[in-house]
Design a protein around this ligand. Sequence first.
Ligand SMILES: [Zn+2]
Length: 390
Amino acid sequence: LSQIGADAAGGVTRTAFTQAEAQANERVVSWLRELQLTVAADRWGNLFASSDGNDPAGVPWLAGSHLDTVPNGGRLDGALGVVAAVEAIAAMRQADAMPPWPVEEPVRYAHGKVGSLLFSGAIEPGQLTAVDDGTIVAFPPPVTENLPERAAGRAIGGCLELHIEQGRRLERAGRRIGVVTAVASPIRLRIVVAGRADHSGATPMDDRRDALVAAAQLVLAIESAGRREAGHESVATAAQLTVSPGAMNVVPGAATLLVDVRGIDGPSMARVRADIETAAATIATDRELRITVTTLSSAEPTRFDEAVVAELVETAEDLDEPTLVMPSGAGHDAQCLALLAPAGMIFVPSIDGISHSPLEQTADTDVITGARVLAAAWATAGYAIVPDPS
Ligand SMILES: [Zn+2]
């Protein structure tokens, strides 16, 4: 699969809604058809492959991920969860262990979760520009095949996703399987410092409204705000700073900071935001300049279903695989599906925590362990977790 979209820089560039992504979809669909699954698409371009199941009342359990990559990404990211689900179905078929309810694999959750956001109803197509830092995507996506439409509103029993961790926690803990409790969500802020541009030679130190110095103080205040809430797993990052006019002989007159606050605890994230706003007000007063803080986006963290988390831990332990129960700092498709049904995620370690890079790697044994846990959980979760009929 990593040959599709292989780029000159040794990575994979298979961005959403491109020919390369369509080719990857077709490749995976051919594998799924070999497994005698029925392939369908929803009106957002998400592809699904489903077994029928022999329980007429059974609602499908989904497992899958996304096939698109970031530009010059690695070969694992979402592809791992898609391929592992294919392998899981193959293993179930081989072992004659297909569950009585349908298993269904969504294989195209493209572009900053756009596919799963639309599928779950979390966003409407008109809101697409608000997704993924304002990047506008082509919509509707190009249809590569004439596929039957997946029945809209078909109930879902639950959803599982295997993904690489994209961090170093598992490696540090010496564990191969992470079970994700919650997905952090970002609050994004734009902070504009309006000072006064002056000649850097002619303006004495006590007569300056230096926007960059104020922004520098803010950067430190943002770090402190994050550190104060570290016990609640919140983090704060001053991610980008632009200064104008940016000339060697001019005291900076304006500065813009982009800030990313993330966490799994809403009140803790709110305290980080409040601390940043207080620091901005104090610095503005002290330095006699204007600082405005604008919220670009703000979302509630997703907590995964406790029964699914417990089931994944138990499944892994039955396979003699101790787990690390942990939050995810990065966003994933499963958090969108969690709006519709009980959902959960399995992480496998990322070597050195590297991801979204050609250097992204996971040991083969860890990939296999992750796929085994996914297969075992997928084959049994429907017995343990019955969806709320409402
Ligand atoms: Zn991913």
